[in-house]
Design a protein around this ligand. Structure first.
Ligand code: IFM
Length: 458
């Protein structure tokens, strides 16, 4: 039973931030405009067999050319905050070298446009669009990429930092490390554990160097990191499967949370794979583990694992276990809202964590426009259920400060191209027409209750 928006709103404090999220490559298009140069995703999506239908980001939602209208759309949803990412290849098109003022101008307009509409700006510096030129030097498998990121971060914050409300260094390093270098699904499409282990440490290092760069420019700007932490369950109660789930936790979560929040890689992970990692230089772990002001959790679906019976498989030596129920979104992901609560409780038990924003949550359902309406009730149910869990966490005392629906609008869903839709606003890509879905209207009604102080009285 989905609660009325007012009843649900009453479960959140008045300063809870409701927002919507996007990422540069997924919506902007205009990939060759105003000095932008290619990213690894431009190259990857133009290679046969990598992205569904060989879709690419050339036009996407044409957001670069429709900025003002899209900002009006965000405002019409009544949300308090907008989470977006900045495209490194617009700012430093070759990764290192000249800064492109026109790229900075675009984000200036974006941030000013948000301010003019009274919307908070949550920027992410890296949402996977690495300048292609850096791939020639090894991309994330090369230590110097971390220093290139540090300079890019400083450049952005020097220009925009005075008007940002929060900044994250990275979005979902799990994806840009494991999914991109070990599982081969995302750019650059590597399937190599040694490459992935290098990308892991240099991404963590880049995060830390980025934090230093941001603080050097704007000591008061709240800095965070966005992690798609995995809510991991053993496939059975067997000791073997339970141990597999523990190893999976180290591999999928611990290798990011450990360095950042404890200054160390998980022990089990190090003893299995440490000898294949790049050199961890003196000072690296201190750089990586600087205290953060907040962290972002992107949550969609649980991960279920069993012990891998094959001899000699790489750590964490797990295989997928079947979902617990039948409920799936159109992309095939199991729907299980309690896993969000279990995850936040477990992470807070294992690490000392700062304030948390749910920086992404949402669901893929591909229904289209019929008679001017998009009836996406399952997405509405999904968001409402996950917000219910978030409210439970707040009542248990966890510092959950905000929630961003993924996504503002349908967009380029990476290896799935445009066929998978996560928006609360429908996009007709041919005509570039936006239609607010049923879930979007519902979310607007909910967000419209904020900020109003204590809802319990209203
Ligand atoms: O579209 C992505 C987003 O870029 C990162 N988090 C998950 C979303 C859905 O797959």
């Amino acid at each position: 039973m989905i609660p009325e928006t007012k009843t649900l709103a009453g479960r959140f404090p008045g300063d809870f931030v409701f927002g919507v999220a996007t990422a540069a490559f997924q919506i902007e298009g205009a990939t060759k405009t105003d000095g932008r140069k290619p990213s690894i995703w431009d190259a990857f999506s133009n290679m046969p067999g990598r992205v569904y239908g060989r879709h690419n980001g050339d036009i996407a939602c044409d957001h670069y050319n429709r900025l003002e209208d899209d900002l009006d759309l965000i405002q019409s949803l009544g949300v308090a905050a907008y989470r977006f990412s900045i495209a490194w290849p617009r700012i430093v098109p070759e990764g290192t070298g000249p800064v492109n003022e026109k790229g900075l101008d675009f984000y200036d307009r974006l941030v000013d446009g948000l301010k003019a509409r009274g919307i908070k700006a949550f920027a992410t510096l890296y949402h996977w669009d690495l300048p292609l030129m850096l791939a020639g030097d090894g991309g994330w498998t090369a230590r110097q990429t971390a220093y290139a990121f540090q300079r890019y971060a400083r450049t952005v914050i020097a220009r925009l930092g005075d008007r940002l409300d929060a900044v994250a260094t990275f979005n979902e390093p799990w994806c840009s490390v494991w999914l991109s270098h070990l599982y081969g699904i995302h750019a650059p499409g590597e399937r190599n554990m040694d490459a992935a282990l290098h990308a892991l440490h240099f991404t963590n290092l880049a995060h830390g160097l980025g934090v230093s760069a941001i603080r050097a420019e704007r000591p008061d700007l709240p800095v965070g990191l966005v992690l798609n932490a995995h809510s991991i369950y053993p496939g059975s109660d067997d000791a073997g499967d339970r141990a597999a789930a523990d190893r999976a936790f180290d591999f999928h979560n611990g290798v990011f949370f450990g360095p950042v929040f404890k200054g160390e890689y998980p022990e089990r992970f190090l003893s299995a794979l440490g000898h294949r990692m790049p050199e961890i230089e003196p000072g690296d772990m201190e750089t990586i583990s600087q205290p953060l002001d907040w962290w972002g959790l992107n949550y969609y679906t649980p991960m279920r694992v069993a012990d891998d019976p094959a001899e000699g498989s790489d750590f964490p030596a797990t295989v997928p276990a079947p979902p617990a129920g039948d409920l799936r979104t159109d992309i095939g992901w199991e729907v299980h809202a309690p896993a969000l609560g279990d995850l936040v409780r477990k992470l807070n038990a294992d690490y000392t964590l700062p304030d948390c924003y749910i920086t992404e949550n949402g669901a893929c359902y591909n229904m289209g426009v019929e008679n001017g309406v998009v009836d996406d009730q399952p997405r509405l149910d999904y968001i409402a259920d996950h917000l219910g869990v978030t409210a439970d966490l707040i009542s248990e005392g966890y510092p959950m400060r905000g929630y961003f629906a993924w996504s503002l609008m349908d967009n380029f869903e990476w290896a799935e191209g445009y066929r998978m839709r996560f928006g609360i606003v429908h996009v007709d890509y041919e005509r570039q027409v936006r239609t607010v879905k049923k879930s979007g209207h519902w979310y607007a009604a909910l967000a419209g209750q904020f900020p109003k102080g204590n809802h319990r009285e209203g």
